[in-house]
Design a protein around this ligand. Structure first.
Ligand SMILES: Cc1cc2nc3c(=O)[nH]c(=O)nc-3n(C[C@H](O)[C@H](O)[C@H](O)COP(=O)(O)OP(=O)(O)OC[C@H]3O[C@@H](n4cnc5c(N)ncnc54)[C@H](O)[C@@H]3O)c2cc1C
Length: 394
């Protein structure tokens, strides 16, 4: 007999696993299904760490969601001995007219956050591992830091299962049928039904949404990250912060050396459009994998430009305006969708999981999600934006 659930979560990665946890906490009969066994290296959450900042350069509308997310990360940390959050602080820098840097500074002011505005020479003096030209400025958020993304997912998974959620792994969903007040989900091996669905399949959302006839513009891209052999005296996590750089050559983000792993850096704005099921996921497959990030280090963080200890690839899923999609289906409000996190979604995933849970259980959320509507014009295929150019940072 087909097993029935109150909620099925389609894709239990960053957003889906968090949603599963909050649903289980509310005693909702939940099944999470994933094509792999999260955390894993095939989606968008791998590579150990993610930055979390609160004075979001992406836009002031993101600040309340970031603050809610931080509260939930802190609460998660109380429930596990695994490392969830490391308070390293995050420094953001770029030319004086960088919209991202200015927005972060304004976000700090508007929301009375602890954000220091710093001139280039102040940044150079405080962190001798950074060399900024005098025409750049920055800001520093001492309360921001680093999330251990894979540990977070592992912890949500363990707690969700402990609280009664079920998780089916290594079984991709092949078909979804939506009815007026329920849905049927078929994997390679089984079929399940549910009153409500949460669709949170990361880079595969485009295909899943297409298959249920919901056409929106989202585009996965191939991204790279690498850990460089670096001078631990300058770049160790007990003295060096996470960083975000919106500089003339591109947009970059990085992490201090944690436990001797070396400084980790990625480029945010130069990923190639891909099909998530068929792309070259080997770091170093293209010359730009190393070139892009090494050039930045040569200019701004010389003593971190050693050999590459490890290089990896990962995927973003971009929307044309780089804002997320967190909404119910336009014609079926028992289907919630979390998609298009555009390379800056991880930090919010605790709060997004909570919001998805509230959407399918209460029909409303504590957080204002109006920026993330699936019906906004920029997402509609008739307004096709060819570029999907990354204009700003994480
Ligand atoms: C290199 C890199 C660095 C980043 N740095 C930051 C950062 O510093 N700060 C930040 O906030 N964000 C960052 N991000 C972005 C952030 O990691 C993503 O926005 C976030 O992980 C997206 O979560 P998701 O749930 O949409 O995708 P995922 O975590 O990939 O989850 C989707 C899940 O759906 C499953 N799935 C797919 N198809 C199916 C199917 N047919 N059936 C069943 N399951 C399916 C997948 O297996 C996967 O587990 C970064 C991303 C990358 C790649």
């Amino acid at each position: 007999m087909t097993k029935h659930y109150e909620v099925i979560v389609v894709g239990a990665g960053s957003m889906g696993m968090a949603a599963g946890y909050y649903l289980a906490e509310k005693d909702v009969k939940t099944l999470m299904i994933d094509a792999f066994d999260p955390p894993h290296s095939k989606g968008s959450h791998s590579g150990d760490t993610r930055l979390i900042r609160h004075a979001c350069g992406e836009g002031l509308d993101y600040v309340p969601l970031a603050l809610r997310a931080q509260k939930l990360w802190n609460a998660l940390q109380q429930q596990t001995s695994e490392r969830i959050f490391l308070n390293t602080g995050v420094v953001t820098f770029g030319p004086k007219d960088s919209l991202f840097v200015q927005t972060a500074i304004n976000g700090g002011r508007e929301y009375s956050l602890n954000v220091e505005t710093l001139a280039a020479d102040e940044i150079n003096a405080r962190w001798p591992g950074i060399t900024l030209p005098s025409d750049q400025i920055g800001c520093y958020e001492p309360e921001a830091g680093i999330l251990f993304s894979e540990n977070c997912i592992r912890t949500y998974k363990r707690l969700a299962i402990q609280k009664g959620a079920e998780l089916k792994t290594n079984d991709p969903i092949m078909n979804i049928d939506i009815f007026d007040d329920s849905a049927k989900v078929s994997t390679n091996s089984e079929t399940f039904t549910a009153d409500k669905l949460i669709i949170s399949s990361g880079a595969w959302n485009k295909k899943i949404l297409d298959d249920i006839d919901l056409k929106v513009q989202i585009q996965p891209s191939r991204q790279t990250i690498a850990w460089f052999d670096s001078d631990d005296i300058l770049y160790k996590s007990d003295g060096f912060p996470g960083f975000f750089a919106d500089v003339p050559t591109g947009v970059y983000y990085g992490f201090p050396s944690i436990d001797g792993t070396g400084l980790k850096i990625g480029r945010y704005d130069n990923g190639d459009a891909i099909d998530p099921s068929y792309y070259n996921n080997e770091f170093g497959a293209y010359p730009k994998d190393k070139k892009d990030i090494s050039e930045f280090l040569t200019k701004y963080m010389k003593q971190a430009n050693g050999d590459i200890n490890v290089g990896k690839t990962c995927m973003f899923t971009n929307t044309p305006d780089e804002n997320f999609i967190i909404d119910t289906h336009p014609h079926h409000n028992h289907i919630a969708i979390a998609a298009g996190f555009s390379g800056h979604g991880y930090k919010f995933s605790s709060a997004v999981g909570e919001a998805l849970c509230d959407l399918v259980t209460d029909g409303e959320t504590k957080e204002d999600l109006s920026l993330f509507k699936i019906t906004r014009p920029s997402l509609q295929p008739e307004n096709k934006d060819k570029s999907f150019t990354k204009a700003r940072g994480k």
